[in-house]
Design a protein around this ligand. Structure first.
Ligand SMILES: [Zn+2]
Ligand SMILES: [Zn+2]
Length: 126
């Protein structure tokens, strides 16, 4: 039997009748743990959602930033994600840029590729 998912950030657990998925990030707070950084070093920081990005192909992704080391990650949105939380992240006031400007280049790199994985949202929105 699989270990039940428990969010290390907000403590969220799936309801008993929900399938116990392997979530890439917590569907409740959209955060996850930064296990290791680009160089392969352990980090253990909290990856917080800073923005929502819709790729040119219509796929939705969450941009996360590590609270400890500042590394940015993109995480594919899942059908279980809390719509309220997504809206809250998407409508963050622009007065507080969610990422330092010097990381724009890195961010563009993340956002540039439109992968081959035809996302859930892409398929459901026809
Ligand atoms: Zn959580
Ligand atoms: Zn980190």
């Amino acid at each position: 039997m699989k270990k039940q998912y428990k969010c290390p950030v907000c403590g969220w657990t799936p309801a008993a009748d929900e399938p116990n998925n392997e979530w890439e990030h917590c569907p409740n707070c959209l955060s996850s743990i930064h296990v290791e950084d680009e160089m392969g070093f352990e980090c253990g920081g909290v990856l917080e959602p800073v923005s929502i990005w819709v790729k040119p192909c219509g796929e939705w992704e969450i941009i996360q930033r590590c609270r400890d080391c500042g590394e940015m990650k993109n995480s594919q949105m899942s059908e279980d994600d809390s719509p309220l939380k997504i809206l809250a992240v998407a409508s963050k006031p622009l007065a507080f840029p969610p990422f330092p400007l010097e990381r724009i280049e890195e961010l563009t790199k993340i956002m540039g590729g439109c992968g081959d994985v035809g996302g859930y949202y892409h398929e459901q929105r026809k």
